[in-house]
Design a protein around this ligand. Sequence first.
Ligand code: TA6
Length: 296
Amino acid sequence: MNDDLRSKVIPGVVALEEGPGGLDVLVVTGAVADARIFLHGAQLSHWQPRGAEPVIFMSGKSVFEVGKAIRGGVPVCFPWFGPREGLPAHGFVRNVVWELEGVEQGSDGSVRVALATQSSGKTREKWPHDFVARLIYTVGAKLVMEFEVENTTGAAFTFSEALHTYFAVGDARRATVEGLDAAEYRDFPDRTKLLRQQGPVVFTEETDCVYVNTRAACVLTDPVMRRRIVVEKEGSDTTIVWNPWIAKSAAMADFGDDEWPAMVCIETGNAFENSVTLAAGARHKMIARISIGKSG
Ligand code: TA6
C-alpha cells in the first residue's frame, strides 16, 4: 500500500486490504455498519448495517481481475448503460481501478468514502469526451451512493448511467418490487417496445425491465428474509429491475447456475430517453439511498 493511500485509512475503521485476485479492497468497520469497497470499479461488494443480514449480493463465481467486471455488489455503469457494439457493456469505468480521494467519519457513526476516476487517452479511444467521475459512499444505517459526473471538455456530451445494485434476497420467486405501478418500461430483448407496469413487479421468468421517466422510490419486499429494502433516489429518472432467471444464469460464466433466486437488481440510473446531456464544465449528480426495515 503506498503512503498516499495509507494516509487515507482510519485505523480500526477503514483498512485497505488485498482482496480476491490481489485487488485492493477498502474494509469499513463502522460504528453502525460494515462495508467492503473495491478500488477496482469503485465497486461496493458488501454492506451490512449492525444487527442486520448482509444487504448486497455477490456471486460466488465472480472473477476479480482488472479489466473485468466484478459480478455483484454495485457495478457503476458509465458512460453508457447496456451493450455497445465492439465496446464493453455498461461502459468502462467499472473495469478500471479508481483513485481513493479520502475517507472520513461522520458524527452519526457513518463512514464516507470518496473515489474518483477520469478520462484518459485510453478512455477517449472508447468515448471521445473528457470527464471526471466521482462516487461518494456514506456507509451507515443507510447506504447512500452519490455518483457525480463532471464534463471537463469544451462541449456538451450525452451519457447514460446506472448504479447497478444487486440485492440479496431469500428467494426472488417470492419477492416483490413496489413503486413502479403504471410506469412505462422498455422490455428485453426488444428495448424499442414500451409497456406499462401493472401492480408490483414479481419474478416468474427472466426479468429485465428499464422503467423510464420514474423518480419513485422502490420497495423490495422479501418474505423469506422478512425484510423490506427501500431504494430512494435523486437525479435519476430510470429504474432498472433485473433477475437473470435460469437460462441466462447458466449462460453467465461468472454467475452460479443456482444463484438467481438469491438476488434481485434494482438499479438507479438515467438511460434511453432519460440519458443526460451535460453542458461543458457542468456537473450532474445521481443519488441512491438504501435502507432496510422489517417485513411480515
Ligand atoms: O441491468 C440489466 C442488464 O442490462 C441486463 O441486460 C444484463 O446484461 C445485466 O445488466 C448484467 O450486465 P453485465 O454486463 O454486468 O453482465
